[in-house]
Design a protein around this ligand. Structure first.
Ligand SMILES: [Zn+2]
Length: 313
């Protein structure tokens, strides 16, 4: 009896110490509230953050990420968020800055600990030597569609990991283990996707918008022309005539577009050259079966193989 009574205060002291060290979160780990611009970033944040994050994406996967009309509920969510994750560059320049201002949340403003630009460290393609917005250029810092190269998934994940550790250092081991597991799985899948695409190395295709240079580089395709005469400018009759001529001369059969572009122009061109229109998943959630960053490439690689297989002579 004497023994036990002496032990009680020692247990209490230990418990108090644990509370002090962990900030009181002995039993339930703290959950960070995260808002991302795109579902692709949501998927990767979920991979790294696991059960320590609660993530929503503002844009849906079938919406044009250049032009998003956020809802009041998004501003409310942002006003309470611990972390904001964005593609950066100029992809969302039209809608993210006013949204962040409206949130009045100092923790997620550019430069704050909770602001994450996932383009940091990404080797950008197509950095222009001169630009003019008047000519319709909507990508003035280099092409921002880098998440469509799965290798850049590593860089995105690293940036998200570093921010999570910055905001919640007590969970560093957990976040780092998740990052390592994600990187391993991604590398395995990248090998698988590249092996599947190997027979189609050097195949020339057409795209609606200039959003596939990273996908093209990752999988050895060549995009010869776009239906848009300049990025962000809708297809014109003269541009479509140019594409039709090119497809006939070079025997190009496939036009890839995103779910948020009207398929009319692509279908018109395809009819003229007996080609086909392929609606790719340009983001996670573009289609119901594309739920994760891994699904994105499973879907696109399989779709591409099917299209190129059946269009080859
Ligand atoms: Zn774009």
């Amino acid at each position: 009896m004497e023994e036990m009574r002496k032990d009680v205060p020692r247990h209490l002291a230990l418990f108090a110490l644990v509370l002090l060290v962990t900030g009181g979160s002995v039993h339930s780990p703290k959950t960070l509230s995260v808002v991302t611009t795109l579902p692709d970033l949501r998927s990767i944040t979920e991979e790294i953050g696991g059960d320590r994050v609660d993530v929503i994406s503002i844009a849906t996967g079938y919406q044009n990420p250049h032009f998003v009309d956020p809802k009041p509920s998004h501003i409310l969510k942002l006003s309470r968020a611990d972390m904001f994750v964005t593609v950066g560059l100029d992809l969302t320049l039209g809608w993210v800055p006013p949204l962040l201002t409206s949130s009045r949340n100092a923790r997620i403003q550019p430069g704050a600990a909770g602001y994450v630009d996932t383009s940091i460290g990404v080797p950008l393609l197509q950095i222009p030597s001169s630009v003019s917005r008047e000519r319709g250029d909507i990508h003035i810092f280099g092409n921002p569609h880098y998440w469509l190269d799965p290798v850049q998934g590593h860089r995105i994940a690293q940036n998200i990991h570093d921010a999570l550790v910055r905001l919640q250092p007590e969970d560093q081991d957990y976040f780092t283990a998740n990052l390592q597991s994600f990187n391993l799985r991604l590398d395995t899948k990248i090998s698988e996707w590249k092996a599947k695409m190997l027979p189609f190395q050097g195949t020339t295709i057409i795209a609606y918008h200039n959003q596939w240079p990273y996908f093209e580089a990752a999988f050895g395709l060549e995009i010869a022309e776009f239906l848009e005469p300049r990025p962000g400018i809708p297809p014109t009759p003269s541009q479509l005539a140019k594409v039709i001529r090119l497809m006939q001369q070079e025997e190009i059969n496939v036009i890839i577009i995103s779910p948020y572009y009207k398929p009319d122009a692509a279908e018109l061109v395809a009819r003229n050259v007996n080609g086909k229109v392929v609606i790719m998943a340009s983001s996670v959630d573009a289609f119901p079966e594309v739920k994760t960053y891994f699904d994105l490439f499973d879907y696109n690689v399989n779709l591409m193989i099917e299209a190129l297989d059946s269009s080859s002579p």
